[in-house]
Design a protein. Structure first.
Length: 191
């Protein structure tokens, strides 16, 4: 497979199904942000964290490729007039969302209850989680905008929403594991 094709030299790119769109198209921005998120999750996985979290993150990275494939597919080319799938594009399942929920619940069992928002930081690894969470929220905002214009499976949106929750709880878990300070946000009173 050749890395450079020169087909995008004039500012367009091809979706799954062959449709060409401008590189600034909301669809490209959506799956490009998911790709950015996937890279940050790889950065978290490369840190000194527990093996279970690393395995979960690998599974999440795999699912993010599925999310990217959904977002990169021209919906008009994905389904035949008969209603059958034309392109062999995987989808996010309800079980994928339940997996994230179970992981969130498992981590939360060992964490102190949240009484305030927390300031991102405390340890570099924790900060990477918060950056990934913010990129995930941006991916979700872009995907919902795309969904409004060109609907796709709602489970894709649900997965991104749950993933940002997972990343927040992972940050809290890693703060505990790494014995990092979790600084509560307590708004200053106006004088």
């Amino acid at each position: 497979m050749k890395i450079y094709t020169k087909t995008g030299d004039k500012g367009t790119t091809a979706l799954f199904g062959g449709t060409r769109v401008p590189k600034h198209h909301i669809r490209i921005d959506s799956y490009g942000t998911v790709d950015e998120l996937n890279s940050y999750i790889g950065l978290i996985r490369d840190q000194q964290i527990d093996e279970l979290s690393k395995r979960v993150l690998i599974k999440i990275q795999d699912k993010l490729f599925t999310v990217g494939a959904v977002l990169a597919t021209d919906p008009e080319k994905a389904i035949l007039k008969s209603g059958q799938k034309r392109l062999n594009i995987p989808t996010i399942s309800d079980q994928d969302i339940v997996f994230l929920e179970n992981e969130i619940d498992r981590m939360n069992e060992s964490l102190p209850p949240m009484t305030h928002f927390v300031l991102p930081g405390g340890h570099q690894t924790v900060s990477f989680c918060h950056i990934a969470r913010c990129v995930c929220r941006r991916a979700e905002r872009l995907a919902t905008s795309l969904y409004d214009a060109s609907p796709f499976e709602e489970t894709t949106l649900q997965y991104l929403n749950r993933l940002s929750d997972y990343l927040f709880v992972l940050a809290r878990k890693l703060s505990t594991d790494l014995q990092a300070d979790e600084i509560k946000w307590i708004p200053e009173k106006n004088s």
